[in-house]
Every structure is written in structure tokens, then in C-alpha cells.
Design a protein around this ligand. Structure first.
Ligand code: 13P
Length: 341
């Protein structure tokens, strides 16, 4: 492991006004997104859609990295350039989702464990040869009203995240460590903060025990937010304050960047929350984004699978990247949603 190299890659991904596009939807997930615009989920449509994203002009100003899915890393643009090469030539670092998805955790009703460690060392070597310089592994933690998540459920997921992260660093790949506390449910913001705190504390203890270098990784957490079905929703400032308080307590300053997931928030909310956090002043780590839905939902709605809509879809994509780039430095304003900056 060369910590300086890993650290340089991690820092480049979260350079000023930059974040990550999560375009690593698995087959079933991208099918759900295409179903919503009544588009057949064929390999060519998936390729074309990702090509539209990756060839959008000027997005390199706001994207330090793009997370790909296995199939996408092996695909090329219409004129035959592998996507990883196309992105790298634009100064956007290619990454790869390496987890095998969250499955039910045995004897723990309602909880999940992420699979994919078997054979990971070999897969990472191949992914590096194909051009990936960072990876992602997502653990899923669900909150219910009573006793979930269990401490064991959190520990099992933290252990898998740490084993994954250590294997990545061994292979010269920057791990993005993603323990996602889901927004589903009716829990309060306070309960989300308590669970997120416990999760982060255990995750960093496991990473440390596995000798993961914090300088050569990125953390992809949820924001601290009330459950979608909670009657009392917090405002932007409350979310920003609770999230930064929680992360300041549990995330070592050596970690170069926090890259939030959007988790089902609207595109506007995800941008506004990121902006509010960056307006709170300077933090020990870069406070950035690694959005899937919050960057792509408006693009899919504009594209609708039709070639005549490609220009509009790319305009929409650049706009969301640009607005999140402004949120990275606390210079976004909701008025920009109607009047372009
Ligand atoms: P969302 O921003 O849609 O939550 O996706 C981010 C991601 O990569 C989840 O693993």
C-alpha cells in the first residue's frame, strides 16, 4: 500500500467544488429507473444512458469521480472508447461498485448484511487493470421504532466494510466506505443522530483494527435527517447542524472527505443541505457529494429515452453538477433553481 498515492487520489476526488456521480446502479436498480420513464432495460439503453452522462460538456469542473457498475466499466462510447478511459481523459477518476448487495442477516429479522468479500482481492486487481482507482461498498442499516438496528447488525456490517477497505488499500484502490442509515421509517432526527453516531463509532473502530489508513479513504454517510414518514421534519439548518455535530464527533480529521449519499431526498433538498453544511464554516474534511438519484432523477425525466431530448438531458445534468459545485463552497441559493446562476 502506498498511502501517499491513495491520499492523492482521495483528495483529487474531493477537490474544490468537486464531488462524485454515483452511476453504479445494479441491473435491478437501473431497471426501476428506466421503468419510470417506460424505457426498456436493454444493455444498449444502459450504455447509451451512461454515455449521455459521461459526455456532458464541462461536468469535469464539478465531478472528481464517477462510480461505475461492473457492466459499465466494460462498456465503451459509441465511437469505441472505453468509458474508464473517456472519463480519465476528462480528468474524472473512474471508480467501481464492488459489493454484492445487501442480503438478510441470518437470525436477525429485519436486518441486512452486505455480501461480496469472497474473491474480492482478485476482482480488485482486475478492476484496477480496467482503470478503476477507487471503489464503493454500501452497508444498509435500517431504523425501526423499537430495537433495530441491533448492535450485532451494526458490528457485522462494520466488519465487512473494514475487510473490504483493507483489501482495496492493499490493491492500491481508494475505498469509499458507505454505511447508509436509511431514511425510510418514521423515526425522529434525534434517533437518526443516535443511530448514525453508533454506526460511525463502530465503523471507525473496525477500520482502525483492520489497519486501514484513514488518509487514503473517503466516507459516504447518510445525512442526519428525520425518517420520511416522521410527522416532524427538521429544517435545512437543523439537518446541517445535527449532521456536522455527529460527524465531528466520530469521523477522524485524517479522512480527506465526506461524500454524502442523497438517499431519496429530492435533488433540490440534497443540494440545499450540502450548501447549509458548507456554510457552517470550515470542517476538518472536505464536505462533498456522491449522489445517485439527486443528480440523475432530473436527467432521466428530461431524457425519457429519446434521442431528440439528449441536449436537454445534458443541460439538466450539467446544471445539477454546477449547483452542487456551488453548494460545495456554500454559494448555492434556492433562487438559482428558477434563475440559472
Ligand atoms: P443515492 O444518492 O441515490 O442515495 O445513491 C448513492 C449511492 O451510491 C447509494 O449507494
Amino acid at each position: 500500500m502506498n498511502i501517499d498515492e491513495l491520499s492523492a487520489v482521495a483528495k483529487a476526488i474531493v477537490a474544490e467544488q468537486k464531488g462524485i456521480l454515483a452511476a453504479d446502479e445494479s441491473g435491478p436498480t437501473i431497471k426501476k429507473r428506466f421503468d419510470a420513464i417506460k424505457l426498456e432495460c436493454s444493455e444498449e439503453n444502459r450504455r447509451r444512458y451512461r454515455e449521455i452522462l459521461f459526455t456532458t460538456a464541462c461536468v469535469e469542473a464539478h465531478l472528481g469521480g464517477v462510480i461505475l457498475y461492473d457492466e459499465t466499466l466494460r462498456q465503451s462510447s459509441t465511437d469505441g472508447k472505453p468509458f474508464a478511459e473517456l472519463l480519465a481523459q476528462r480528468g474524472i477518476i473512474p471508480g467501481i461498485k464492488v459489493d454484492g448487495g445487501a442480503k438478510p442477516l441470518a437470525l436477525h429479522a429485519g436486518e441486512k448484511i452486505t455480501e461480496g468479500l469472497d474473491g474480492l482481492r482478485e476482482r480488485l486487481l482486475e478492476y484496477r487493470q480496467l482503470g478503476a482507482r477507487f471503489a464503493k461498498w454500501r452497508a444498509v442499516i435500517e431504523i425501526d421504532q423499537l430495537d433495530l438496528p441491533s448492535t450485532y447488525g451494526i458490528r457485522a456490517n462494520a466488519h465487512a466494510l473494514a475487510r473490504y477497505a483493507a483489501l482495496c488499500q492493499e490493491a492500491g484502490i481508494v475505498p469509499i466506505v458507505e454505511p447508509e442509515v436509511l431514511m425510510d421509517g418514521s423515526h425522529s432526527l434525534e434517533r437518526c443522530e443516535a443511530v448514525t453516531s453508533q454506526v460511525l463509532e463502530i465503523v471507525f473502530a473496525e477500520l482502525d483494527a483492520h489497519r486501514v489508513a484513514f488518509e487514503g479513504m473517503l466516507l459516504k454517510p447518510n445525512m442526519v435527517i428525520a425518517g420520511l414518514k416522521c410527522a416532524q421534519q427538521a429544517d435545512m439548518q437543523q439537518v446541517a447542524a445535527a449532521t456536522m455535530r455527529c460527524l465531528a464527533r466520530y469521523v477522524p480529521a485524517a479522512v480527506p472527505g465526506i461524500v454524502f449519499l442523497s438517499g431519496g431526498q429530492s435533488a433540490q433538498d440534497a443540494t440545499a443541505h450540502l450548501n447549509a453544511m458548507n456554510q457552517l464554516g470550515s470542517h476538518p474534511w472536505q464536505v462533498s457529494f456522491s449522489y445517485g438519484r439527486a443528480l440523475q432523477a432530473p436527467v432521466l425525466a428530461a431524457w425519457k429515452g429519446l434521442e431528440q431530448n439528449v441536449a436537454e438531458a445534458q443541460k439538466t445534468f450539467f446544471r445539477r453538477c454546477h449547483l452542487n459545485g456551488l453548494a460545495r463552497i456554500g454559494k448555492y441559493h434556492s433562487a438559482m433553481e428558477v434563475t440559472p446562476p
